[in-house]
Design a protein around this ligand. Structure first.
Ligand code: ZN
Length: 133
């Protein structure tokens, strides 16, 4: 099972909760036990699991800014988005989650987010499911 989600982002840094869309795909797949891959085919965005709480989402944005401020990046001489590439690599461009009894195993505060580091842009999220049955 292979699916693609298309997501439009609005800000340079942004967290977009895609949990519902991903869970819908898992449901449709009818896979009982297996592995779920969520991956962005982009080098300036990522996938992160975190709580969907307004304050925490702002905290993430603050950390993204702090981590990449005060550095004279060489890549910025080419296209001014070294911060975006670096955050993408640090956060990671995908996650693999277990599927058991038709559901994604995740903690209560582990929502699935697309992390935008170079928006606004049109993003693709690849969702692939491997059955163990
Ligand atoms: Zn670049």
């Amino acid at each position: 099972m292979f699916k693609e989600l298309n997501i439009s982002t609005e800000n340079r840094y942004q967290l977009v909760d895609i949990t519902e869309e991903i869970e819908e795909i898992v449901k449709e797949s009818k896979v009982k036990n297996g592995l779920l891959l969520v991956f962005v085919p982009h080098s300036t965005s990522g996938i992160v699991l975190t709580e969907n709480e307004k304050g925490l989402k702002n905290d993430w944005i603050e950390i993204f800014k702090k981590l990449t401020s005060g550095i004279d990046f060489e890549h910025n001489k080419i296209d001014n988005n070294a911060d975006s590439h670096l955050l993408s690599g640090l956060i990671g461009q995908g996650r693999v989650l277990p599927i058991k009894d038709g559901k994604i195993i995740r903690g209560t505060w582990q929502q699935i987010f697309l992390a935008e580091f170079d928006g606004p842009r049109e993003r693709k999220v690849i969702v692939e499911i491997i059955t163990k049955n």
